[in-house]
Design a protein around this ligand. Structure first.
Ligand code: EPZ
Length: 429
């Protein structure tokens, strides 16, 4: 298994190109199931999760071609994917594929809406806590589907099509909002989603669905109205830049010091994160190229942060912020409100010398001047990258194991960082 070796202590200087967002690309690819025509997606990141979803969609009969290299292409541009779901040959998403990536469960909405049936494995356990799918199923039931659970599979049926309805989520859920949006797009009549997720990735999906002919208003607010249409057409859409990748590298620069431009990043997608980084002592400027992050010499200030649904501070940056706070001058408190068990990085950060105490859903971090490199390992994507950030600032060598977690969500991480002066390399084997 590959490892990443980091020798810490270098500041970061230069430019990091920001890739298309994983968490937008996945639902956009899934939305291809809603139409018989071709969906062309640009700026799709090269990630293990994207490749796995290609396989999952292929199993339903979807043809996907990725455009080859062209003269004059920007080497950092994402891939262009032509997705053709003209014929769906199989409405089952099997356990061995769905269990590897939770978001693949989201095929349930479009398959049901277009084909009148779907049989999708329950996603099962996950390293960041129990993550049920009850909101997804309640939304589909509200739209008139019959839902059974049979041998670990959700069996959803709506032989006469879905019917528009009011869906009021008890708690904000990104995935359930995606499911409701895609299913309601092809339902008969009007649907209203209340307490909808407001994440930029929801807006990106809605924008693409609108290009495909869907009638959607209010995406990006808590109330989304959808007037169902009988069919959707093909479209071309470019995946929005990854705000979590942006925030991750911004925290890396805040931690190591230096001056880095995050090219192609959009500040409007991560305002709460920028506010937190500024409070911690990073200098952040927005320019035509993207976002410039600087910190020189001055110490880091502790911040108290709670994760929250967008526009709050994202849970997907909680581990990275914790790594940053291990070097702050004083005590910070980080509260996780979205997932109940998303502190797997605490033990591993402690191996680097971090002083973190857990009190229920809050981590109390005592900042210190020194971290010391060590072998570390993490069980999820964002936790793994928090260890990389900490390793960049630690003295000596940090070896990050289980790199496949990083490959799920960070495109060419070691290349992007080493170009800015980090001593980081992948060791194959
Ligand atoms: C999405 O997961 C993201 N995944 C996650 O990113 C992200 O952490 C999460 O949203 C929150 O922002 C993708 O976009 C692919 P939720 P999702 O439904 O949709 C509870 C990463 O690292 N809930 O918004 O699965 C749930 O348990 C990943 O890129 C129910 O109770 O998250 C959680 O407490 C990790 N029942 C809360 O809602 C349900 O049916 C929010 O989860 C659904 C969710």
């Amino acid at each position: 298994m590959d490892k990443i070796r980091i020798v810490g202590g270098q500041s970061l200087n230069g430019t990091i190109p920001i890739s298309g967002a994983k968490n937008a690309a996945l639902p956009l690819m899934i939305a291809s199931l809603l139409t018989e025509e071709k969906l062309v997606l640009e700026n799709v990141p090269r990630l293990a999760d994207v490749a796995l979803l290609q396989r999952i969609l292929g199993n339903h009969g979807v043809d996907i071609t990725v455009a080859g290299k062209r003269n004059g292409d920007d080497p950092h541009a994402g891939q262009t994917m032509e997705i053709d779901a003209r014929v769906i040959v199989d409405t089952t998403a099997p356990y061995d594929l769905v269990s590897r990536m939770r978001a693949s469960f989201w095929v349930v909405g479009p398959l049901l809406a277009r084909m009148g049936e779907a049989r999708v494995s329950l996603p099962g356990g996950c390293a960041i806590g129990t993550r049920p799918v009850d909101f997804h199923l309640d939304a589909l039931r509200a739209l008139g589907a019959d839902i059974d659970i049979d041998a670990g599979y959700v069996v959803a049926r709506a032989p006469n099509g879905l019917i528009g309805a009011r869906i009021d989520f008890p708690k904000v859920s990104v995935g359930a909002t995606h499911t409701a949006l895609m299913a309601a797009a092809l339902a008969k009549g009007e649907s209203v989603i209340e307490n909808a997720a407001r994440e930029p990735e929801i807006v990106d999906l809605a924008d693409c669905l609108i290009k495909m002919g869907a009638r959607i208003e209010g995406a990006g607010t808590s109330t989304i109205r959808i007037e169902g249409v009988p069919r959707l057409r093909g479209a071309r859409h470019s995946v929005l830049p990854d705000r979590i990748e942006t925030g991750t590298y911004a925290m890396a620069v805040a931690m190591t010091g230096g001056d880095v431009t995050l090219a192609g990043a959009r500040a409007d997608l991560l305002e709460s994160t920028i506010e937190v980084l500024r409070a911690a002592g990073a200098q952040i400027d927005v320019n035509n190229e993207g976002i410039r992050v600087r910190r020189n010499g001055a110490g880091l200030f502790p911040v108290d942060v709670s994760t929250a649904p967008h526009p709050g501070f994202p849970t997907d940056l909680q581990a990275q912020l914790m790594a940053l706070m291990t070097r702050a001058q004083g005590r910070s408190r980080i509260t996780e409100t979205i997932f109940e068990n998303r502190f797997m990085h605490v033990q591993e950060l402690a191996r680097l010398g971090a002083k973190i105490h857990l009190d229920g859903d809050t981590a109390i971090v005592e900042g210190s001047d020194r971290l010391k490199g060590a072998p570390v390992m993490a069980t999820d994507l964002r936790a793994s990258v928090s260890l990389v950030i900490a390793g960049l600032a630690a003295e000596g060598e940090t070896m990050v194991q289980r790199v496949y977690h990083l490959d799920r969500g960070f495109e060419r991480l070691e290349e992007k960082l080493s170009r800015c002066g980090a001593q980081i390399e992948r060791i194959s084997g």
